[in-house]
Design a protein. Structure first.
Lengths: 203, 174
C-alpha cells in the first residue's frame, strides 16, 4: 500500500505494526547506555580536577559528595547555587556534623570545555566560593558520559562567542556507597539545602 | 536689582549648590521617559572573573500604545541583551528575547532573577555590591533613557514591594 498522503489515507495494520516496531527500536537506540553511578560508584568516564589529577566516581566511594553541572559564563543559576552551597557549608561547619562537613566535597563539572580552562575554573571557584567546591573538566565526550550517568541535560543556545548553555540546575547528592540518592533543586532557600546535606552526611 | 532680590538669589543659589549628602542608595529613584516608568532598577554582584551579569527592574507603560525594550548599554559590558529565564522541570531555560520585550499599554513587566532580565555580557570587570552603575535603556517609542543600577548581593533575589531590597547592605550612616 503506497502512502502518497499520510494524513489522508488510513494505514493498514501491517504498516502500523512496522511503524511501531521501528519507533520502538529507534527510541531504544537513543536511550542512554548507562544511567546512575555504577556499582563501584563510577561515572563511566574519568574527569580531571583543576589541580590536574584524574577523578572518577569510583575513587570517591566511601564518602558522600555533591556534584553540579554548570559553566563559568552562566549568569544566574550557577553563581547563585555556588553561593548557596558556600553558605550551607559554613552552616554545617557550625553544626554537630562539622567533621563530616570538613571532608565533604562538591564537584563543579564544567559543561563548557571550549571556554572554561582548568586554570580559569580553579581561579573562579577559589576566588569566590568555598574551597570544598572543586572544579572538574574533561573532554566533551567524558563530560557527556558523566552527565548521562546523572541524567543531567545540557544544550548550547544562541550563537557566536557569547553562547549560553541551558542545563539541569539541580545539585546531585551521592551517598557513601556511590549511589545517587537525591537532588537539591535550584533555589528554594538555604534551610532545605541544609536539611538535605545534613541527611546525606549523617547517613 | 534690589537688595531683597539679591538676597533671595544668593539664598537660592546656595540651596541649589548644596551637594546631596546621602550616600549611594541601594534603591534608585523611579525613572520616567515618556509613558515609560522604570521602578527599582538594580543589578546583581558577580563573582570575580564572571563574564555576564544581570540587571532587573519593573517597567510600566502608562500610555495607551504598546512599547518595547529594544536595547541598552552598560559601560563595563561589551554587549547588552534582554533574556527570559524559565524553569522547565529542573532545567533552567534561558533565551534571548528577540524583537524587543513588549511592555503593553497600561501594563507592567517585571524583570527579576529567574524571569526576564537584562544581561550585561562580555564584562570588563566584576560588579561590586554597594556600588552603582549607570547605563542606558532604549525603548521603541519612548527612546533612550539613562538608568542607574545599584548593585546588590550576589544571591539577592529582588526587593519587597516597599522597595527595600533583600540581601542588600544597609544604608551607611554618617
Amino acid at each position: 500500500m503506497t502512502l502518497t498522503d499520510r494524513g489522508a489515507l488510513p494505514l493498514c495494520r501491517r504498516t502500523l505494526l512496522r511503524l511501531a516496531a521501528m519507533s520502538a527500536l529507534t527510541s531504544l537506540a537513543a536511550m542512554p547506555a548507562a544511567a546512575d553511578p555504577a556499582a563501584d560508584g563510577g561515572w563511566g568516564a574519568t574527569l580531571m580536577t583543576t589541580a590536574g589529577t584524574p577523578l572518577g566516581g569510583e575513587m570517591l566511594k566511601g564518602k558522600p559528595y555533591a556534584l553540579y553541572f554548570g559553566y563559568l559564563s552562566c549568569p544566574d543559576v550557577c553563581p547563585t547555587t555556588l553561593a548557596d552551597l558556600t553558605l550551607v557549608l559554613a552552616q554545617l561547619d557550625g553544626s554537630s556534623l562539622r567533621d563530616a562537613a570538613r571532608d565533604f566535597r562538591v564537584y563543579f563539572v564544567s559543561l563548557d570545555p571550549e571556554r572554561d580552562s582548568p586554570a580559569q575554573l580553579k581561579t573562579y571557584l577559589e576566588d569566590n566560593f568555598d574551597h570544598r567546591i572543586i572544579g572538574l573538566t574533561g573532554s566533551a565526550a567524558a563530560i557527556a558520559t558523566v552527565a548521562r550517568t546523572f541524567r543531567a541535560v545540557y544544550k548550547r543556545t544562541g550563537s557566536g562567542p557569547s553562547y549560553a548553555i541551558t542545563h539541569t540546575a539541580s545539585t546531585f547528592l551521592v551517598d557513601r556507597n556511590g549511589r545517587l540518592v537525591s537532588k537539591m533543586p535550584h533555589g528554594g532557600g538555604l534551610e532545605r539545602k541544609f536539611e538535605q546535606l545534613t541527611a546525606l552526611m549523617a547517613d | 536689582m534690589t537688595l531683597r532680590n539679591i538676597a533671595f538669589s544668593a539664598l537660592a543659589a546656595a540651596v541649589l549648590a548644596t551637594p546631596a549628602m546621602s550616600p549611594t542608595p541601594a534603591v534608585a529613584d523611579d525613572i520616567t521617559k515618556g509613558d515609560i516608568v522604570i521602578t527599582d532598577p538594580w543589578a546583581r554582584a558577580t563573582p570575580k572573573g564572571a563574564a555576564v551579569a544581570g540587571g532587573f527592574m519593573q517597567i510600566t507603560n502608562k500610555g495607551s500604545t504598546p512599547d518595547a525594550l529594544i536595547g541598552g548599554t552598560m559601560p563595563l559590558a561589551g554587549r547588552f541583551e534582554v533574556h527570559e529565564m524559565k524553569m522547565d522541570g529542573d532545567v533552567m531555560k534561558m533565551r534571548p528575547v528577540l524583537g524587543g520585550l513588549a511592555i503593553p499599554p497600561g501594563g507592567s513587566v517585571v524583570l527579576k532573577p529567574g524571569s526576564y532580565h537584562v544581561m550585561f555580557m562580555e564584562l570588563k570587570e566584576p560588579l561590586v555590591e554597594g556600588t552603582t552603575l549607570t547605563g542606558t535603556l532604549t525603548f521603541e517609542k519612548a527612546g533612550t533613557v539613562e538608568v542607574k543600577y545599584p548593585v546588590r548581593a550576589l544571591a539577592a533575589t529582588g526587593s519587597t514591594p516597599s522597595g527595600h531590597p533583600t540581601g542588600a547592605p544597609e544604608h551607611k550612616g554618617h
